[in-house]
Write a protein that binds this ligand. Sequence first.
Ligand SMILES: [Zn+2]
Length: 426
Amino acid sequence: MKAYHLLTGLLVAALGAVARSSEALEHALAEALRVMEQHPLIDGHIDLPFIVRSLGPRPLEVIARHNETMPGHVDLERMRQGRLAGLFMVAWIPCPDPWASDDYLDPNNAVRDTLEAIDIIQQMVVSAPNDLTLARNSEEVKQAFESGKISTLIGVEGGHQLGNSLSSLRLYAQLGVRYVTLTHTCHNAFASSAGSGTPIEPAHPSNGLTDFGRELVVEMNRLGVLVDLSHTSYQTMTDAIAISHAPVLFSHSGAAAIYDHPRNVPDSVLALIGDGADQNPGLVMSVFHSPFIDSKNATVERVADHIEHIAVVCGKRHVGISSDFDGTNNAVQGLEDATKYPSLIAELILRGWTEDELADLMGGNLIRILDDADRASGSLAWMPASAATYGRRKDLPAHWGGADDEYLPADVKQYLNQRRQLHDEL
Ligand SMILES: [Zn+2]
């Protein structure tokens, strides 16, 4: 008898849950769409430019051919369907595989390829003037939303793409780049990486930022380029947070406390982000990539668990949304492509997130740190551009060539000879 009651009770509860969930879900989904009409959702990390580079030897023709629909997770049609209001398109170029030497000086095409990727982003915008618009700051993001266009911001995903040069950084900034990830899956001259998932040998004395990396962080602050710490080692994260004059960004990472993966942010680092006087007012944009979410149970609910954990530790003003679409072959169940953003917002509505909190999560927090980074840049306007160069370069000072510097103007040659003599005497 007792067992019978228990069974009936469980059955009633289960049926109730099913009935409640489908009705509640429908309601939450409708509410999500309403909220997304009112407030922009800006995705922090989409690898669409690399898909374009992958589809043929003449990538710009790929854009024209696939303007509305594109293989992968994202295209204009699906962005519209998913109510996406803006995105960081990422100019990502793979790490040299592997670096032949540990001085990071092997010649490679990363700077050319990054410029090509930025060009692809610009040309995608040109080819879809009614849908996309480039955005460099919060004002342009807001204007785009008001005019019904999708803001396209630019990120560069790896210090290796700077060719060991702060000049590259400055010129990327001029082209509209708003974040640079300090490392991708490889260490570089600036910083140590977390690797790709399996443990990698540490690099640099502390496995964190190098002196040149510290120069990079301050130069990024001066330029208003956000310091992105996804992909970096824990030590790089803490080193950069300690010296950054502006909010830092995690452009696509989850919470290690929810799923332990070196690409996720541990609580010890999350504790450094927040509104406290001794915290960095940065932003952790929570990712969808299944291997970071939960290798056995990557679902919308689990993604929401990561978001909520970051919100609990850092505060709801310090969490955002970042799919890593087109950069993952492992989509989360229920978040398979760019049409699915409303499902995540609906899940959070079911968990009690208010409209204001959702507005911050979807885009408000990102808009705030763009403004903060611009303010920090303004306050550093007194600083000249950093003259730092990578100390291990062998091509500086440059040599003119020819026998005995024969093409150099006489006074330059004289100056160099004096310098060399002085050097010998020392
Ligand atoms: Zn990535």
